[in-house]
Design a binder for this molecule. Structure first.
Ligand SMILES: Cc1cc2nc3c(=O)[nH]c(=O)nc-3n(C[C@H](O)[C@H](O)[C@H](O)COP(=O)(O)O)c2cc1C
Length: 324
């Protein structure tokens, strides 16, 4: 068998060994990178970017495509400043708890106000468009924070009426939530997610797992090859081989192998998710089967339950084949 050169292309970072972008998943990366931002630079968002965000919003699904929503994007800094002054007067304590208070929308320079019919029947549609917009903003290098807290104030306060009037909300609609948007001045850590809320019904994985031993699809410490991503690449370089008779004319490229890292670090359910060639698939599976035990993923528990424990996790490992 001819020795195979397994190369990592220069732009493929160690992160490429994670599930997030195993499928060149830019969307997945964007979802995982989005965090609520509560500190912004004093730099307005370019109008074109706001237009792109709005476009992403209105392309969200809606029941029967009725699009029962109304979006108001505020580029008028003074409008935000004026209503924030009203808020400040009414809530001096809350403001004093926010060091460097800039405005009542977490200090963002721009604001997206999402309105929905008053009867509440289409809040779900309005919510879906919000996530579209936040992800679009994230992909444009912006930060966001969806907020309902300020909406309660806006709807109750006499002093906030001029603000609401400027929004020109259609009859029969209410302001449902706002999204602060701007250039982030902080990089918040991911908050814990309780992946045990997800259960798979039927299918290969759930047959293997008992009820309280579900497959965790989100965790804070991912499963790891012993020694980390670089050690994993090195190990692959040393162990992978081109199949017999394989010529440079045949397809090269990336085989994405998926497997479960069990709690004890052993690998199970190894399968190929994406491959340019069956021979490369076979080799990728063979080499993963030979891998030493991994460090399992760890799930962290939010209070009141705290601490962490090893959990089963699915891992997506891209293996790049390239002829010397
Ligand atoms: C319906 C809703 C209302 C929210 N209201 C506020 C708010 O008033 N103020 C705020 O700072 N964050 C608000 N958030 C943001 C959440 O606190 C945040 O999404 C959550 O803590 C998870 O953090 P992450 O977005 O960084 O993943 C709201 C989120 C949702 C979905």
């Amino acid at each position: 068998m001819k020795r195979l050169f397994l190369c990592l292309m220069a732009m493929v970072s160690v992160l490429s060994l994670t599930a997030q972008n195993a499928f060149e998943g830019e969307v997945m990366n964007t979802i995982m990178a989005r965090r609520s931002v509560r500190k912004y630079l004093d730099k307005p968002v370019e109008h074109e970017k706001l237009e792109a965000i709005a476009l992403a919003g209105i392309n969200a699904p809606s029941a029967r495509n009725w699009q029962y929503w109304a979006v108001r994007i505020i580029e008028d800094y003074k409008l935000i400043a004026d209503v924030s002054e009203v808020y400040k007067q009414a809530n001096p304590e809350a403001v004093s708890r926010e060091p460097g208070f800039k405005n009542m929308f977490r200090g963002a320079p721009n604001l997206i106000c999402v309105c929905a019919p008053k009867d509440g029947g289409f809040d779900l549609d309005a919510g879906l468009m919000g996530e579209n917009m936040m992800l679009a903003a994230q992909s444009l290098g912006l930060g966001t924070c969806i907020q309902t807290g300020p909406v309660r104030f806006l709807l109750q306060s006499e002093g906030a009426k001029p603000f609401l009037q400027r929004l020109d909300i259609p009859d029969g609609y209410k302001l449902l939530y706002v999204i602060a948007v701007g250039y982030p001045d902080e990089k918040p850590d991911a908050k814990p997610r309780d992946a045990s809320k997800v259960k798979f019904i039927g299918g290969e994985i759930s047959k293997e797992a008992s009820d309280d031993d579900g497959l965790f699809i989100d965790y804070f410490e991912k499963a790891q090859f012993p020694g980390g991503d670089e050690a994993c690449m090195k190990w692959l370089q040393e162990h992978i081989k081109y199949p017999e008779g394989y010529t440079s004319n045949q397809p090269q490229g990336k085989v994405v192998v998926s497997f479960i890292v069990e709690k004890d670090g052993s690998l199970d359910g190894i399968k190929v998710m994406k491959s340019p060639d069956p021979l490369l698939s076979e080799e990728a599976i063979r080499v993963v089967r030979e891998m030493p035990k991994w460090k399992p993923a760890h799930q962290y528990f939010p209070p009141p339950r705290q601490g962490s424990e090893a959990v089963r996790s699915r891992f997506f490992l891209p293996v790049i084949f390239k002829q010397p």
